[in-house]
Design a protein around this ligand. Structure first.
Ligand SMILES: [Zn+2]
Length: 239
């Protein structure tokens, strides 16, 4: 199976679609001020996680970076509601995206690059064709147009790893004080560590990196619905 990352058009590239949304996830963990590394915050988002049972209003209205003590308190509140294989990290967001949308959307939208949005018919087709790893969460969007099709965010679980050879030595080690994972700058030329590819899945994320990965089967299936304003860039794999 071949794999691809999904990339948005550059700003001067003419697209087919006018759709834009302005939305954010329902719950957020703030950044944390770590005594060792200072303030940091990531971009992980797990829209399928429901935190409505957590009685803590600050998750819906985060106030900016917090102390380590407050951060640990919030992580402990959130952790029981997140599947154990998923990380709970500073800057992480949960629940459906809520906001507004306008214009017309193609089958696949990827702007910003760390959010992959599908039109309703794309979700239905991927499921009907039996693709795996499609965790699609309906966005709660208000629109002036009553006929706007529903949009879904795909949850990218960080399952695969970039190959250590393409990351090189520019890594920041993990922090045992605040739980910050090892981090690195996204290398311009990159490939996957083959043994880390979740076999059989048609959509997944990468540990420590924002690009979303789709299978060749995913690309072929959504292209049947017509053009999308995205590029698919092949992501090779090596042992
Ligand atoms: Zn730390």
């Amino acid at each position: 199976m071949r794999y691809f990352t999904v990339e948005s058009f550059s700003f001067d590239e003419p697209g087919h679609w006018s759709g834009e949304y302005r939305a954010r996830h329902r719950w957020h963990l703030s950044g944390v001020d770590c005594p060792r590394y200072g303030i940091w915050s990531g971009l992980s988002a797990f829209p399928s996680v429901d935190l409505s049972a957590v009685d803590e209003p600050v998750l819906a209205n985060p106030k900016g970076p917090t102390s380590l003590e407050e951060y640990n308190r919030l992580v402990a509140l959130v952790r029981p509601f997140v599947p154990p294989e998923l990380p709970v990290l500073a800057g992480g967001s949960f629940g459906p995206m809520v906001g507004t949308a306008q214009g017309r959307f193609g089958p696949v939208t990827c702007c910003p690059s760390w959010e992959l949005i599908l039109r309703e018919d794309a979700v239905e087709l991927l499921k009907a064709e039996g693709l795996q790893g499609i965790i699609a969460v309906r966005m709660e969007l208000r629109s002036r147009r009553s006929t706007m099709p529903a949009l879904y965010e795909l949850e990218a679980r960080p399952l695969a790893k970039l190959h250590p050879d393409c990351i090189g030595e520019f890594k920041t080690p993990a922090c045992d004080i605040c739980g910050k994972p090892e981090s690195f700058r996204l290398p311009p030329k990159r490939w996957l560590l083959r043994s880390s590819i979740p076999e059989g899945l048609d959509f997944f994320g990468i540990k420590g990196a924002s690009p979303r990965v789709v299978s060749e089967r995913f690309v072929e299936t959504v292209q049947r619905l017509g053009p999308s304003d995205v590029h698919y860039q092949e992501l090779p794999a090596a042992d």
